[in-house]
Design a protein around this ligand. Sequence first.
Ligand SMILES: [Zn+2]
Length: 197
Amino acid sequence: MRLTDDRYAAERSQFELALRMIRHEARTRTIRECTGLSDDRIRKLYATYFRDSGVSDVRRRRGKSPQQITRFVKNPAHQLQATTLVALFCAGLLLRVSEDNTVRCCWPRPDVEFGHRVCRAYEHYLLLHPEALLSFEWTWNLLKSISWNDELYLAGCRSCGARYVQDAYALDLKTCPACEIESHQRRRPGVRSFSSA
Ligand SMILES: [Zn+2]
């Protein structure tokens, strides 16, 4: 009986995560990686709970996750939001940052708990940035990219000491996006800097 209960609880947790991720328009492949459910079951969940139930504003995404890192560093607004996400990954114990700013992944491979933690980080990010520039799949990509310590890394701001997401191949002015946005606004008051374009 106990075994059946455990299996039921585990399956329920997989389904809950799949629904949570579908709601965030995660790709089937990403959902499969975390839940272990087959593409067919994910398709059926989407059809039952979203497509056929009248919830039409959730789209099903196919194919691979976006890969480029330029999205995270294209301007200070994007950089600031990517930095918020990295802070939330750390708060959710998905990542750890060493004293030398090296980023370490705390999870050996995606599983259900990992998926829920990524969802939680993404949901908090949406609360902090109502004009979100990064989708769930970009969030997923950022979590991977930053832990490779390759094209993206954490730099330190000369003025306020904060860490921020930076492009390894770009010139680093040692100014975090928050300080940059602030100085831009001081120079040109009234002009909304770095729009989401
Ligand atoms: Zn700063």
